[in-house]
Design a protein around this ligand. Structure first.
Ligand SMILES: [Zn+2]
Length: 258
């Protein structure tokens, strides 16, 4: 028997009564668990196997390579997510990134903490979705070993240039005077010192403080653009859940680009 705390990232139904859930744990990365008779669980156990619920699970020893759920107790349910299609879509994107990036059997305590913090902020609407999304993207990229070089201009060593250009593929920046942009500017993002400071804050601060910064309206757009492009570039793929999130955004606000 194994007792472990974990966040339900995905569920797949299997026949009429059974379902598989993918659970992110600090100790074992993402675990696949078979929930037998999921339709018959009492409501407390049933809600504990729902998407984006953080629960304590007791698992039977592996049989034929599969872990079967013995019992489960919900710890945090993030009820606020349930009331927003857009928040659920964003949470699904987070879970898709985690399932793609976290290797089985590798501990992921910091990624679990990041996911729980982001879901809490989303559920309680403590920050805008765009800000939570950017923080998740930059922070998880850094935790996965792809931290952008935020120290200084790669060419002249300036710490805080007023205007600068970040290269998404290279993961470093140069001040505007030090770089000549190619005609095709794809992968290069112009930003101000304010945006750079926000990026620095997200990748360098203590886990509990990552949300504690303000960014001016004009510095926001390049931050959000850089965070998304940088993560997707490093992961070398597009995430369908991200496309879905944008389709929801467009339904809610028809003028959202893309
Ligand atoms: Zn420079």
């Amino acid at each position: 028997m194994l007792t472990v705390k974990g966040l339900v990232l995905m569920q797949r139904t299997l026949g009429e009564q059974d379902r598989f859930i993918d659970v992110l744990t600090a100790e074992y990365g993402v675990l696949e668990v078979l929930v037998k008779g999921a339709g018959k669980l009492n409501s407390k156990s049933g809600s504990a196997t729902q998407l984006f619920t953080y629960s304590e699970l007791c698992l039977n020893d592996k049989r034929n390579g599969v872990r079967i759920l013995n019992s489960i107790t919900p710890l945090s349910v993030f009820y606020g997510l349930r009331s927003s299609v857009s928040a659920i879509a964003l949470a699904s994107y987070f879970s898709q990134v985690i399932r793609y990036a976290v290797l089985p059997r590798s501990g992921a305590p910091e990624i679990l903490q990041l996911a729980l913090n982001c879901l809490y902020m989303l559920s309680e609407q403590k920050a805008t979705e765009a800000k939570i999304k950017a923080i998740f993207e930059l922070r998880i990229a850094s935790l996965l070993g792809f931290m952008p070089d935020v120290i200084m201009c790669r060419s002249c060593g300036e710490y805080l240039p007023e205007r600068l250009v970040f290269s998404v593929p290279d993961g470093y920046f140069c001040c505007e005077d030090c770089i000549t942009l190619p005609e095709d500017e794809t992968g290069f993002i112009s930003m101000t010192a304010g945006t750079l400071q926000a990026i620095r804050f997200i990748v360098l601060s203590e886990p509990k403080k990552i949300f504690n910064f303000a960014v001016s309206e004009r510095s926001r757009k390049p931050l959000y653009q850089f965070a998304e492009e940088f993560l997707c570039y490093q992961m070398e793929r597009k995430f369908p859940a991200l496309e879905y999130y944008y389709s929801i955004q467009r339904t809610m606000q028809p003028d959202v680009p893309k």
